[in-house]
Design a protein around this ligand. Structure first.
Ligand code: PLP
Length: 395
C-alpha cells in the first residue's frame, strides 16, 4: 500500500468508498499506479477527462496562462474570460454565460436564475416559486440540490430541506404536464441520467418536455454537466432531439481534465435577472480556468471528438451487446456514455473490483450498473481490448 493511503485514511473524512488503487500518472486513456501497472480509464473522472489525461494542447494552454496570470477575482476584468464566454455561447447557441467552478455550483446558479426570473418576469408571488426535477436525478451534493434528490442516502441526516421543489418520474412527459402550476419556474432535467444508472429516457421525451415548458411559460433547464461536450455523440445531449433549452449547465469536461470549470448558459432574458452582488464565486471565471475552458472547447472541435464519440460509442455498444452473459441484464447508453445493468444477485461493485485487477478502471452506480465512459479519444483497438477484459471478468 502506498504510504499516502494511510495518511488519507487517517486525516481525511470518510466520504468516499475508494477503490484499492493509488494512481500516479495519466496520459490519454491510460492511468498508471504506484507499482507501474497500467489501466484503461473507463470512467474518465465521471466524464471530466473527455479529452484524455494531460492532453498536450490543454497542458500547454494551462502553462501559457500560468506564466501570465492565474487568479485575481471577478472584481476586475481579465483578458481570457471574454473570449471563453464568447466561445461557449457561440458553440452552444446561448446568449450569455456565468462561470463557476464545480457542477453543483452551476446547478445552484441555474436554480437561482430560474427563481428570480419567475419573480421578475413571470410575476410569481413572492416566495411561492416551484422548481420541478426528476426522481433518480443527480445534480450534485449541495443542500439546495439534495432538497430535490430522491436518493435516501444523499438526504439522510441533512434536513431540513429547501421548500419549493417537486419531483416527478423520469421519462414521463405527461407527469410534467400535470405537475406544472402557475408558480412553476423551471423544469430541471438530465437528458440521460448519469449517476442514476445511465438511464436513457424514451425517444422524443425531451422534445415533448420542451413543448410543454414553452406552452406553460416554464424554463427548460438541462443539466449537461455529464452528458455535454460530446460525451453522448452530440455537442449537447439535448441536440439528439433538436431541443434548445432555456438554459444549460456545463462542467466536468469543460475543464479539460485539468481544472474545475463550470458554466450556466442561458437566454439573455434569464441571465439578465442577475445584478452586481446577486451571485458570484471567488474562483469562478479566473484566468487559468477561462484559458483552459476555451481551449477545451476548441480541442473538442479541432479533434472531431464529438463524431469520434458517436462512432466509437456505437462500436463499443455493439461489441458489448455481443457478450452473452447471464450476468448482463441490459447494455444501454448513447455515444461513450454506456451502462451495463447487472442481473441480481451479481454485484456491479464486485465486477468493478475484478476489472480493476485486470487493468480496467471504472465505477459502478448503485451497485447495479457498470459505467463505461472512457475518454472520447479511445480507439477501436483499445475498445476491443477493454471488451475482451470485460468478457473474461464476466466469465
Ligand atoms: N450534474 C450532473 C448531471 C452530474 O453528473 C454531476 C456530477 O457527477 C453534477 C451535476 C455535480 O458536479 P460536481 O461534482 O462537479 O459538483
Amino acid at each position: 500500500m502506498h504510504p499516502s493511503v494511510a495518511l488519507e485514511v487517517r486525516y481525511g473524512a470518510n466520504n468516499y468508498a475508494t477503490l484499492p488503487v493509488t494512481l500516479i500518472r495519466g496520459q490519454g486513456i491510460y492511468l498508471w499506479d504506484d507499482t507501474g501497472k497500467r489501466y484503461f480509464d473507463c470512467m474518465s473522472a465521471y466524464s471530466a477527462v473527455s479529452h484524455g489525461h494531460c492532453h498536450p494542447k490543454l497542458v500547454q494552454a494551462l502553462q501559457d496562462q500560468l506564466k501570465m496570470l492565474a487568479v485575481v477575482s471577478r472584481a476586475v476584468y481579465t483578458d481570457p474570460l471574454g473570449p471563453f464566454l464568447q466561445k461557449a455561447c457561440e458553440l452552444t447557441g446561448f446568449d450569455k454565460a456565468l462561470p463557476m467552478n464545480t457542477g453543483a455550483e452551476a446547478v445552484e446558479t441555474a436554480l437561482k436564475a430560474a427563481r428570480k426570473w419567475a419573480y421578475i418576469v413571470k410575476k410569481v408571488p413572492a416566495n411561492e416559486v416551484e422548481i420541478i426535477a426528476c426522481e433518480n436525478n443527480f445534480h450534485g451534493r449541495t443542500l439546495a440540490i439534495i432538497s430535490m434528490s430522491s436518493e435516501p442516502q444523499y438526504r439522510g441526516g441533512f434536513g431540513p430541506f429547501l421548500p419549493g421543489m417537486k419531483l416527478i418520474p423520469y421519462g414521463d412527459a405527461e407527469a410534467l404536464e400535470h405537475a406544472i402550476t402557475p408558480h412553476t419556474a423551471a423544469f430541471l432535467v438530465e437528458p440521460i441520467q448519469g449517476e442514476g444508472g445511465i438511464i436513457v429516457p424514451p425517444e422524443g421525451y425531451l422534445k415533448k418536455c420542451a413543448d410543454i415548458c414553452k406552452k406553460n411559460n416554464v424554463l427548460l433547464l438541462c443539466d449537461e454537466i455529464q452528458t455535454g461536450l460530446g460525451r453522448t455523440g452530440a455537442l449537447l445531449a439535448c441536440h439528439h432531439e433538436q431541443v434548445q433549452p432555456d438554459g444549460i449547465t456545463l462542467g466536468k469536461a469543460l475543464g479539460g481534465g485539468l481544472l474545475p470549470v463550470s458554466l450556466f448558459l442561458s437566454r439573455t432574458e434569464v441571465m439578465d435577472v442577475f445584478h452586481p452582488g446577486d451571485h458570484g464565486s471567488t474562483f469562478g471565471g479566473n484566468p487559468l480556468a477561462a484559458a483552459v475552458g476555451k481551449r477545451s472547447l476548441e480541442v473538442l472541435m479541432e479533434e472531431d471528438l464529438i463524431t469520434r464519440a458517436a462512432d466509437s460509442g456505437r462500436y463499443f455498444m455493439s461489441r458489448l451487446q455481443e457478450l452473452s452473459s447471464p450476468r448482463i441484464k441490459e447494455v444501454r447508453g448513447k455515444g461513450l456514455f454506456i451502462g451495463i445493468e447487472i442481473n441480481k444477485p451479481y454485484d456491479a461493485h464486485e465486477l468493478c473490483l475484478k476489472l480493476l485487477e485486470k487493468g480496467v478502471l471504472t465505477k459502478d452506480t448503485h451497485k447495479t450498473v457498470l459505467r463505461l465512459a472512457p475518454p472520447l479519444v479511445i480507439t477501436r483497438e483499445e475498445i476491443d481490448e477493454v471488451v475482451e477484459i470485460i468478457r473474461q471478468v464476466l466469465k
